[in-house]
Write a protein that binds this ligand. Structure first.
Ligand SMILES: Nc1ncnc2c1ncn2[C@@H]1O[C@H](COP(=O)(O)OP(=O)(O)OP(=O)(O)O)[C@@H](O)[C@H]1O
Length: 512
């Protein structure tokens, strides 16, 4: 496929607000794509590079190069050239990268140059694209869109499903069944501002403790156990004690969902940073496991003894969980019959906080497991509300912070897939965090000014704040009051960040 075609469709999709038109444009594009184009076309449309980072800054990218007069580049040419670019390293690499970018841009027409520039600088990012692409794929192949959606949910990848569907047609969807050993994206929660609100919305529900650890999906098939994070990274080798715990459970074949967390000698939860540090460390695992063991604490069962439980109501999935997993290895919970029973939920929240946990998650008893989605049937309640925002840029610090990137520019996602800056903060950072972010942000830099370094919008940071206020200075018409950094969330992608829409919904008192 010619890059020209892709660039044009991408532009048209971004320009139209009608979902049916977006779907039709993508369906047509997919129909024309050859099998080898798909692994390139899908990430490019969403603004992702299959190579990850290519190490080229804005200055190099934006140097004017005379455009080609006729489109001739194919998407596969571009991919091959970027793969070459990503490999460049060592002395003289900057000059070599500049040469390769010059060659690529020189082979591109003006439209294509604009598309490439956006893609390489990380500006194309179309957050909401995946959902439209699912419909486009369904339309292109004649598969029912609900089936495509379930396959994408189970595969955890639009691209994998697209490749199979476009090569083999709707029958290929059979390949994407829930399978032990193949992780699925976990179900996520919405927020409620109080347990009363949560119980009001859900009716009869289970209220569970919310542990501040690392999400884990545990797959066991006989003697083999695999552990996956919420981004589906395999962390089996880092947590031998969790594997051992899974092997002691009363079934040989299952997929369970839970949290791993480290408790201190007194049985109180250690901080998120401590658990995350342990889960993140790959060296000398045996010593680390002795010094700071983690425990799995389960809250859901996705598959047991070969039965797919995803579509069963939570109450039934939980009964299966309870059959397999002894009580100390399950999250604590209380059952609440409905709004009249709110005091039970409130008491449970108070007691959970006293035990050192961050809050509760209320879960509707009749809801299925919606993998990869923020289901309305899970509502988390935390006394300290935080936002996950994307770092857009950072300013060089002064005084004690000279030489460090300090003041962060924070963005929330917008309905059209873009990012809107909500404010800045230099508060809440530890010295370790400052050093880390200075290095990490420079790797992501697309434009390095004397004062501000603009970065590829990839890093998610969790921010606490005291409220929202109107502001004409920021594009969403609002800004955060007393924003401060809680921690970086490397387990999240920018697509997982909070949206302006949910922020405004949480603060009906503020009208932009
Ligand atoms: N009982 C529980 N049920 C579900 N999730 C739980 C529970 N206890 C802890 N968690 C954790 O809370 C997360 C659910 O909150 P959410 O989906 O909003 O993700 P999150 O943004 O990472 O949460 P937060 O930022 O509030 O920690 C889960 O991913 C899981 O890691």
């Amino acid at each position: 496929m010619l890059l020209h075609r892709l660039a044009r469709v991408s532009q048209e999709v971004a320009a139209t607000s009608a979902r049916s038109r977006k779907t039709a444009l993508l369906a047509e594009l997919f129909r024309d794509a050859e099998a080898e184009d798909v692994p390139i076309v899908i990430p490019y449309l969403a603004g992702r590079l299959p190579q990850g980072r290519i190490g080229v800054g804005w200055k190099v990218l934006s140097r004017p190069v005379a455009p080609a007069s006729e489109p001739g580049l194919t998407v596969r040419d571009v991919d091959a050239r970027l793969a070459e670019l990503a490999k460049v390293s060592g002395p003289g690499s900057q000059a070599e990268r500049t040469r390769l970018v010059g060659e690529l841009m020189g082979a591109a027409t003006e439209d294509e140059q604009r598309f490439l520039l956006g893609l390489l600088a990380g500006e194309v990012r179309q957050g909401a694209l995946d959902a439209v692409a699912v419909e486009g794929l369904a339309q292109a192949t004649g598969a029912p869109s609900a089936d495509v959606r379930r396959a994408v949910m189970l595969a955890g990848s639009l691209q994998t499903v697209a490749e199979a569907l476009l090569a083999d047609g709707p029958a290929a969807l059979d390949r994407f069944r829930l399978t032990v050993g193949r992780p699925v994206l976990p179900m996520l929660a919405h927020s409620a501002s109080s347990v009363a609100e949560a119980v009001d919305k859900l009716g009869a529900c289970a209220v569970e403790e919310k542990l501040d650890g690392i999400r884990v999906q545990v797959h066991r098939d006989g003697g083999s156990v695999r552990l996956y994070t919420r981004t589906l990274d395999d962390i089996t080798d880092r947590l031998p004690e969790v594997t051992a715990a899974a092997l002691r459970l009363r079934s040989e074949r299952f997929i369970l969902d839970g949290e791993v967390i480290s408790f201190d000698e007194g049985g109180r939860p250690r901080s998120f940073q401590e658990t995350a540090g342990r889960v993140g460390s790959r060296t000398d695992v045996a010593t680390a496991a002795r010094a700071m063991p983690v425990s799995p604490v389960f809250f859901d069962a996705l598959s047991v003894d070969g039965h797919d439980l995803l579509d069963l109501p939570f109450a039934e999935r939980h009964a299966e969980l309870a059959r397999l997993v002894p009580e100390p290895m399950r999250v604590r919970r209380t059952l609440v019959s409905g709004p009249d029973d709110t005091p039970t939920a409130e008491e449970f929240l108070a007691e959970t906080l006293k035990r050192g946990h961050e809050g509760v998650v209320a879960k509707a008893l009749d809801a299925p497991y919606s993998a990869g989605r923020r289901g309305a049937s899970w509502l988390k309640v935390k006394p300290v509300h935080t936002l996950d925002l994307v770092v857009l840029a950072a300013e060089w610090g002064h005084g004690r912070r000279t030489g460090k990137l300090s003041n962060l520019h924070l963005g929330a996602r917008t309905a059209d897939g873009g990012l809107a800056m909500l404010g800045k903060t230099f508060k809440g950072m530890t010295d370790t965090m400052l050093t880390w972010q200075t290095e990490r942000l420079q790797q992501l830099a697309v434009e390095t000014g004397d004062h501000v370094v603009t970065v590829r919008p990839e890093l998610v940071v969790e921010i606490a704040y005291d409220g929202l206020q109107r502001s004409t200075r920021y594009p969403a018409g609002v800004t955060l009051r007393f924003a401060r950094v809680v921690r970086y969330r490397e387990d999240k992608r920018p697509e997982d960040a909070d949206t302006v829409e949910t922020l405004l919904a949480a603060h009906p008192e503020v009208k932009p």
